[in-house]
Design a protein around this ligand. Structure first.
Ligand code: BEZ
Length: 341
């Protein structure tokens, strides 16, 4: 009998004819660690934070976030917020290759560039949305500037520095794999990569032929040299804001909680992520429940289970919420919402 196989389906729901993307404006500012480029969509809304995104290694804001922010159902959310999409230095479209010997900023220094962006725009608070390295950077920023972060959406974050085992594996892989393949192995699971779907082909092509591949390697090195975020359960080093923690079901190391996860749910599951984001914002008082989809409302009503981030994870659970202590967010006033997609 033929075996049943789980098939990963990429959700597609493009903008409707009347829904045109808002105009974007790209800016660059000088910081103590070099210049940083960011693109602003929409206009500031009174008494609302900006949504600020930070992309993963091998990507830029567009290749990382466009499928999510241009997803049909996302429009009812983002029309209520101005969006600031930061490109890590040298990752912006058309970026020149850094000269040989250029000292690329560490992830901590990349986080320290964010205040310059917010100062330039005169924005006081944000809701951060980060993937992989970007999630790490936004967490570091939130630890350093807790009063300016109202919420965080962290997709596939690894808060720990590489251990010696990781380094050994990294070195071994480096003997046989090119930098683009190593980065693809960070972004996607082996199952996804060997499936070679259209999405994988597209991203393999983008990264392999990137004119700024040398810059990408520098961001990759900074990611691999990150230090522990050192979150402490109930300790001083903790995120004070509400956190929506997203782990891709395609995570290559799904047992290691928040470990070097792969799968890019913002690319493959924008619908699920949009719904969870809406629920998260509602919890923060920013979305009226009348804006929730019927599905989302019924899920909200049935949500009763509490889960801590370092507890055992049920893969079948889509949404769970905790007001209890977790590794990332300990105790009030923050709350943690865990999403696997
Ligand atoms: C936005 O509307 O925020 C957006 C549009 C295109 C790409 C990324 C973000």
């Amino acid at each position: 009998m033929a075996e049943l196989q789980e098939v990963q389906i990429t959700e597609e729901k493009p903008l409707l004819p009347g829904q045109t993307p808002e105009a974007a404006k790209t800016h660059s500012v000088e910081t103590p660690y070099g210049s940083v480029t960011f693109t602003v969509y929409g206009t500031p809304k009174p008494k609302r934070p900006a949504i600020l995104t930070y992309h993963d290694v091998g990507l830029n804001y567009k290749s990382c976030f466009q499928p999510l922010f241009q997803f049909g159902d996302m429009q009812e959310i983002i029309q209520n917020f101005v969006r600031v999409h930061v490109d890590a230095p040298g990752m912006e479209e058309g970026a020149p290759v850094f000269p040989l010997g250029y000292q690329y900023p560490s992830l901590d220094q990349l986080a320290d560039m964010i205040p310059c962006v917010l100062q330039y725009l005169n924005f006081s608070t944000i809701i951060g949305v980060g993937v992989g390295a970007g999630a790490y950077i936004l967490s570091r920023y939130a630890l350093n500037h807790p009063d300016t972060v109202e919420g965080l959406v962290l997709i596939n974050i690894d808060p720990n520095a590489k251990g010696w085992m990781d380094w050994a594996a990294h070195k071994l892989t480096g003997l046989t794999s090119s930098i683009p393949e190593m980065i693809l192995g960070h972004l996607f699971s082996q199952e996804e990569l060997s499936g070679n779907s259209e999405l994988i082909q597209k991203y393999r092509n983008i990264i392999t032929h990137a004119p700024n591949l040398d810059n990408i390697e520098l961001y990759w090195n900074s990611y691999n040299n990150r230090r522990d975020l050192n979150f402490e359960r109930g300790g001083d080093i903790t995120l004070k804001c509400p956190v929506m923690l997203v782990v891709g079901d395609q995570a290559p190391h799904e047992d290691a909680v928040m470990a070097d996860s792969g799968g890019q749910p913002q690319l493959t599951q924008p619908g699920k992520l949009t719904e969870a984001f809406k629920y998260f914002l509602q919890g923060m008082g920013y979305m009226a429940s009348s804006c929730m989809t019927r599905l989302s409302r019924s899920r909200t009503a049935s949500l009763t289970s509490a889960a801590s981030i370092d507890g055992n994870r049920s893969r079948s659970r889509t949404l769970s919420q905790s007001s209890e202590s977790g590794t990332l967010s300990s105790g009030p006033p923050g709350h943690t919402m865990e999403v696997s997609c």
